[in-house]
Design a binder for this molecule. Structure first.
Ligand code: GUN
Ligand code: ZN
Length: 455
C-alpha cells in the first residue's frame, strides 16, 4: 500500500469542508444548536503528522496557515471522525449474505465451515487485508474484531492492521465444545495462545487485544473461568463476546448453566463482565441484566442489520437508556449484511421505529463515532474532531447520487441532512478515508471527487 501524500510525521495538512463531530451523546436532540454537536459549516481540521492540531472555522484558520501546509479542499463534503464498528468478524467476509434460517443454523451451515480455512496463514493474511480494505472503503477506521480459533488468524489480522496503521482491537476465539471438532481448543490451549497473543500484540502501535470467548454455548465452564482469570490478569485488554442474541440460544445456555440467574449472569460469574467488556447483541436481557451490565462497566454492541437479517430480535434502545446501559453500533458482518455504517444506522433507525422509539440522526452519528470510542474507553484517542486526537477521518459526499443530491439540497437542518445521508448513503458516499494522519490510498471508489459546489 502506498501513501499518496507527502508527509513526514510533522507535516501540516489542512482539510477544509463541513465539519461534523460530537462532544457527547446528543440523546434525542435533533437541533442544530445541540450543545453536544460540534459543527463548522465551513471548517478546517488541521493535522500535524498523525494528530489533529486544531479545529475551527475556515475563515479564521485559513489565513493563519503556514506556507508549508498542504490544503485539501473538500468543500461540499462532510468531514467526520472515522467510523468505529463495535463488533465484527473478519473471517466472515466469505459468509456475508448467507441465508441461514436463524443464528444456530447459520453458524452450523455457513460460519463454522468458512472459519476452518483460517488454519492456513496465507488465507488468513489475504482475508485480513481484504477485510481491512473493505472497512476503509466504507469509512471505518477502527473496529473490535473477532478472529477464529486459530491463533494465526489473529497474527495475520494484526500484521495487516499494523501495516495500515489502523487502531484495531481483535482476539482469538476461545471455544472448546458444541462446535466442529477441528475448530475446538481446550481451556489450557485457549489460555496459552491468548496469553502469547496478548504479549505479542497488546499496546503495540495502535493495536489492542480482546479476550474472546465466542459465547457461552461453545465454551465450557472451565474455559469461561480461565478467560475470566485472564480478564483479571490483563486489565488493559478488552473482553469481547456475544450474549442474548437469539431465543433458542438463550434456552440452550440456560440448560447448560442451570444455576445461572440469566445468560449474562454466566459471564458475570466467570469474571468476564468488567470495564472494557463489549457484549454483542443484548436483545433478550431483563432489567436486572441491563443494570448489572451498566454497573460493571460493560457495554453493548447494537447490531441492527445482523439482528434483522438473522431474525434475532430488536435491540431495545429505550430500555438500555433507562438502565443507563451504554452501547455503540456494529455491523456484525457476516451476520450483518453490510460493512457500511451508514446502512447500519439506517437499519438502527428502523429497529427503533418498530418499537415506537426514536433514534435521532445526531445520536446515530454520535454512536458511529464518539459513542463507539467511548464504549471502547478510547475517546481520549479517537472518535471526535478535537486537538490532540489521532487523525482518523472520513470525508463524505452527501450528494453522491442524483437522488441524494436532490434530497440533500432540500434538507433544512443539519440533522435532516444527516438523516438523509444515513438513509440513502452507502460506500458511494465515502470520498476519502484518512488513517493516522494519512489519506488511505486504497480503493475508495470516488477518490477525491467533490462534485458540487459548497452549500
Ligand atoms: N454467536 C456466536 N457466534 C456468533 C457469530 O459468529 N455471529 C453472531 N452473529 N452471533 C454469534
Ligand atoms: Zn458476532
Amino acid at each position: 500500500m502506498t501513501d499518496t501524500s507527502r508527509h513526514t510525521d510533522d507535516s501540516l495538512t489542512a482539510i477544509r469542508g463541513e465539519l461534523v463531530g460530537f462532544r457527547g451523546d446528543p440523546g434525542s436532540s435533533d437541533r442544530d444548536d445541540c450543545p453536544m454537536l460540534h459543527h463548522h459549516r465551513d471548517g478546517v481540521v488541521l493535522l500535524r503528522g498523525r494528530k489533529i492540531l486544531e479545529v475551527g472555522d475556515a475563515e479564521r484558520l485559513i489565513p493563519q496557515l503556514d506556507s508549508a501546509c498542504t490544503v485539501v479542499d473538500r468543500r461540499g463534503c462532510l468531514v467526520m471522525p472515522g467510523f468505529i464498528d463495535l463488533h465484527v468478524h473478519y473471517p466472515q467476509l466469505d459468509v456475508i449474505a448467507s441465508p441461514g434460517r436463524n443464528l444456530l443454523d447459520w453458524l452450523d451451515r455457513y460460519t463454522f465451515p468458512a472459519e476452518r480455512r483460517f488454519a492456513d496463514p496465507d488465507y488468513a493474511r489475504r482475508a485480513a487485508e481484504d477485510f481491512l480494505d473493505e472497512l476503509l472503503t466504507h469509512g471505518t477506521t477502527s473496529a473490535l474484531v473477532f478472529g477464529t480459533v486459530h491463533r494465526q488468524s489473529v497474527d495475520a489480522f494484526f500484521a495487516a492492521a499494523q501495516a495500515r496503521r489502523m487502531r484495531m482491537i481483535a482476539g482469538k476465539v476461545m471455544m472448546d465444545r458444541n462446535c466442529p471438532e477441528d475448530l475446538r481448543d481446550t481451556p489450557e490451549r485457549g489460555a496459552r495462545e491468548t496469553v502469547e497473543l496478548i504479549e505479542r500484540w497488546q499496546g503495540v502501535d495502535r493495536l489492542g487485544y480482546a479476550i474472546t470467548p465466542r459465547f457461552a454455548i461453545t465454551s465450557s465452564p472451565d474455559q469461561l473461568s480461565v478467560a475470566g482469570e485472564l480478564a483479571r490478569r490483563y486489565p488493559d485488554t478488552w473482553v469481547h463476546s456475544h450474549v442474548a442474541e437469539n431465543k433458542e440460544e438463550v434456552d440452550w445456555v440456560m440448560k447448560l448453566f442451570p444455576a445461572a440467574r440469566s445468560y449474562l449472569d454466566v459471564y458475570e460469574q466467570s469474571g468476564l463482565l468488567r470495564e472494557r467488556s463489549v457484549w454483542a447483541h443484548c436483545l433478550w436481557l431483563d432489567r436486572e441484566d441491563r443494570l448489572r451490565l451498566a454497573a460493571r462497566g460493560g457495554v453493548a454492541a447494537f447490531c441492527p442489520s445482523s439482528n434483522l437479517f438473522l431474525g434475532s430480535g430488536l435491540f431495545d434502545l429505550a430500555a438500555a437508556d433507562h438502565a443507563e446501559m451504554r452501547f455503540g453500533v456494529a455491523t456484525d458482518v457476516g451476520g450483518g449484511s453490510s460493512f457500511s455504517m451508514l446502512r447500519t444506522l439506517s437499519e438502527a433507525w428502523k429497529v427503533a421505529q418498530l418499537q415506537g422509539q426514536y433514534l435521532s440522526p445526531l445520536r446515530a452519528f454520535y454512536l458511529a463515532t464518539r459513542g463507539g470510542a467511548t464504549a471502547l474507553g478510547l475517546d481520549h484517542r479517537i472518535g471526535s474532531l478535537e486537538a490532540g486526537l489521532e487523525a482518523d477521518l472520513v470525508i463524505l459526499d452527501p450528494a453522491a447520487t442524483a437522488l441524494a443530491e436532490r434530497r440533500d439540497r432540500a434538507g433544512r437542518s443539519l440533522a435532516e441532512r444527516l438523516f438523509v445521508l444515513m438513509m440513502l448513503g452507502d460506500d458511494r458516499s465515502i470520498i476519502e478515508t484518512w488513517v493516522d494522519g494519512r489519506r488511505w490510498a486504497g480503493r475508495c471508489p470516488q477518490a477525491a471527487r467533490p462534485s458540487h459546489s459548497p452549500r
